[in-house]
Write a protein of this length. Structure first.
Length: 253
C-alpha cells in the first residue's frame, strides 16, 4: 500500500467501518504483514517505503459477473449499495463500483478490494455512479425485462454495459419506471451530450443527504427488478416421460 493511500486507510480502520463490514460479511478480512517478511516470502522487491502491506483472506473460488445468475448479480449490486451507505456514515465513499470487486465468499456477496474506499468530500457526487449503473443496473434491467441471456454482454463489455446501448435495448415502457428513466435513459443522454466537453461541477455540489437519496433510489430500483424463469424442456421430465416410476427410482439410486 503506497503512502498516498495512508490517510484513507487510517480512516477506514479507525472509523470502525472495516470491522463492521467484515462482521457483516460485506468485506474480505485482511491482516497487516511485516514488510520485510512479506518481501522475502513473495521473493519480490516492494516499492520504496510502502505505508502498509496487507494480506487479505484467500478467496477459495473466483467467479466473474458474466457467469452469475440474475440473483447473484442482484445480490452483488445490493451489497455494493449497502457498503456505500455504511461508508458515508463513516465519512468515506467507494471510489469504485466494479462488479469484479465482488466475490461470493461462503455464499455471500463480499467486497474484495479494501483499497476502494476514500474519504468523503462534502459536495462531491458519487464518482462510481456511472460504473455502478453500467456494471449492475443496466445488465440487471436488460435481464429482467428483455432477456436473461443479455447478461453475456458483460463478457464483451468488461467495464459494464454502455448505457446508450442499454437504453436502446430496453423496451420503451421502461421510461415509465422512474429509476430506469433516471439512471439509464436520462443518464445515457447526459453522457452523450457531455461526452466531448469538460464538465464543471455545479456550485454547491451534491449534499450528503442528496447523495444518500441517490443511493436509496438505486437500491429501490434494483430491488424491484425481478426475473422469473419460464421453464425448459426438462421442466416436466417427471410428469411427461416414457419411464415408469419404478424405473425412475432405480435410475436415480
Amino acid at each position: 500500500m503506497n503512502q498516498s493511500y495512508a490517510e484513507d486507510y487510517v480512516r477506514l480502520m479507525e472509523s470502525g467501518l472495516y470491522a463492521k463490514l467484515v462482521k457483516a460479511g460485506l468485506l474480505i478480512p485482511h491482516a497487516e504483514v511485516d514488510r520485510a517478511e512479506r518481501s522475502r516470502s513473495a521473493s519480490t522487491t516492494l516499492s520504496a517505503e510502502p505505508f502498509k502491506v496487507i494480506q487479505p483472506e484467500r478467496v477459495p473460488f473466483i467467479s466473474y459477473p458474466y457467469e452469475w445468475s440474475f440473483g447473484q448479480l442482484k445480490d452483488a449490486a445490493l451489497a455494493t449499495l449497502s457498503i456505500q451507505k455504511r461508508a458515508l456514515k463513516a465519512e468515506l465513499s467507494l471510489k469504485d463500483a466494479s462488479a469484479y470487486n465482488i466475490q461470493f465468499v461462503r455464499g455471500k456477496a463480499t467486497l474484495i478490494d479494501t483499497l476502494s474506499f476514500e474519504k468523503y468530500k462534502e459536495g462531491q457526487p458519487w464518482v462510481a455512479y456511472r460504473q455502478f449503473c453500467q456494471h449492475f443496473l443496466a445488465p440487471l434491467a436488460l435481464m429482467s425485462v428483455r432477456d436473461v441471456r443479455l447478461s453475456q454482454l458483460l463478457r464483451v463489455y468488461i467495464d459494464g454495459v454502455p448505457l446508450d446501448l442499454a437504453s436502446k435495448l430496453l423496451p420503451w415502457n421502461t421510461r415509465f419506471n422512474f429509476g430506469l428513466l433516471t439512471h439509464v435513459h436520462i443518464h445515457s443522454g447526459a453522457q452523450k451530450r457531455y461526452a466531448d466537453q469538460a464538465v464543471k461541477p455545479r456550485t454547491g455540489g451534491m449534499s450528503k443527504q442528496a447523495l444518500l437519496g441517490l443511493i436509496e433510489n438505486l437500491e429501490n430500483t434494483v430491488k424491484k427488478l425481478d426475473w422469473k424463469p419460464t421453464g425448459t424442456e426438462w421442466g416436466n421430465y417427471y410428469d411427461d416421460n416414457n419411464y415408469s416410476m419404478r424405473l425412475l427410482s432405480i435410475r436415480w439410486l
